[in-house]
Ligand binder design. Structure first.
Ligand code: NAD
Length: 336
């Protein structure tokens, strides 16, 4: 049994972790606040902390955690871009994550964004609620026969590819590693440039790494088909957002669907409805009729929450016993 400090706790985190903990018996303490340098004193005396996507474990925060007696950081997510892995390794802190919980949750949300943007469901919903039954401006296109470019064909990207093949799309992919399941489905691997040139819809499913930071920049937008759709349910900083705004203004980009945003840590997972948004780039994004933003909810299904809680607490028990599953441990080797 380990004392675990859970940061960025929402009511749904608390209930899923408490439910899963019946089978483990760890001592859970919940904090609503994010974990960052200023809040690390809360971790005093906790050998284990549990964090989510926007908690900031930079060098200062990690050194402070070490001082507090923390030995293991349990990420209740797959991405690990918010942790300075080199510093964690230098300090001897173990970083564990949930590499797979429900690729279907994220893939299905991705397809939801594609459908909503194409058929303008966000605008149709608002119109009908206003008793406006006019169709002008809501014209979509058949997905059948279109080309979808999947960037990153791991667990989530391969599910997206399968669903889009089900719609009758042709799927091309860009990934340094060929996924044999995708190759068997008839997915054709091409360069990023060729993918951008051929695709009506480009969808991003790579981790955020130094190599994928601003992978989609002005140059990639210049290769894309005029009026193409871009979807990002991966990590915000894979797209250069200012370049995306330029592409939207020029019409090069016809649709943009985002579940993630590069500066989301200051915005997402909280109610700011009575505040003035200070982030002018994000505020500009929200003005486009052909941009659809959700606030990092692609993972958010019942199945995913249960699986995340189960694996997080299993990671903690395995850490105690020295039997951690190597695929759940994140090391600086991931940055190579
Ligand atoms: P995965 O590790 O199974 O797949 C990632 C794929 O990206 C791999 O096939 C890898 O070879 C490929 N890749 C790595 N570097 C690349 C590059 N430079 N160019 C092209 N491809 C590259 O990961 P996954 O489970 O499919 O998750 C993908 C990402 O989705 C995660 O890293 C995470 O950031 C994000 N995610 C978002 C949510 C959400 O709620 N929005 C939830 C879960 C995961």
């Amino acid at each position: 049994m380990t004392k675990l400090a859970v940061f960025s706790t929402k009511p749904f985190d608390r209930s899923s972790l408490e439910e899963a903990n019946r089978g483990f018996g760890h001592e859970l303490f919940f904090f609503e606040t994010q974990l960052c340098t200023q809040t690390t004193p809360l971790a005093q005396g906790f050998p284990a902390v549990c964090v989510f996507v926007n908690d900031r474990l930079d060098e200062t925060a990690l050194r402070a955690l070490k001082e507090c007696g923390t030995k293991v950081v349990c990420l209740r997510c797959a991405g690990f871009n918010n942790v300075d892995l080199r510093v964690a390794a230098e300090l001897g802190l173990t970083i564990v994550r949930v590499p797979a919980y429900s690729p279907y949750a994220v893939a299905e949300h991705t397809v939801g964004l594609i459908l909503a943007l194409n058929r303008k469901l966000h605008r149709a919903f608002a119109r009908v609620r206003d008793h406006n039954f006019e169709l002008t401006g809501l014209l979509g296109f058949d997905l059948h026969g279109r080309t979808v470019g999947v960037v990153g064909t791991g667990k989530i990207g391969s599910v997206v590819a399968r669903i889009m093949i089900g719609f009758g799309c042709r799927v091309v992919a860009y990934d340094p590693v060929v996924n044999p399941d995708c190759a068997a489905m008839g997915v054709e691997y091409v360069s990023l440039r060729s993918l951008a040139e051929q695709s009506d819809i480009v969808t991003l499913h790579t981790p955020l790494l130094p190599q994928t930071y601003h992978l989609i920049d002005d140059e990639v937008f210049s290769w894309m088909k005029p009026g193409a759709m871009l979807i990002n349910t991966s990590r915000g900083a894979i797209i250069d957002t200012k370049a995306a705004i330029r592409a939207l203004k020029s019409g090069r980009l016809g649709y943009l669907g985002l579940d993630v945003y590069e500066e989301e840590a200051e915005l997402f997972f909280r109610d700011l409805s009575d505040r003035v948004i200070q982030d002018d780039v994000f505020a500009r994004l929200l003005t486009f009729p052909n941009v659809f933003v959700t606030a990092h909810q692609a993972f958010f299904t019942q199945e995913a929450l249960s699986a995340i809680a189960q694996t997080t607490l299993q990671n903690l028990s395995d850490f105690e016993r020295g039997t951690l599953d190597p695929k759940n441990v994140v090391t600086p080797a991931y940055l190579a």
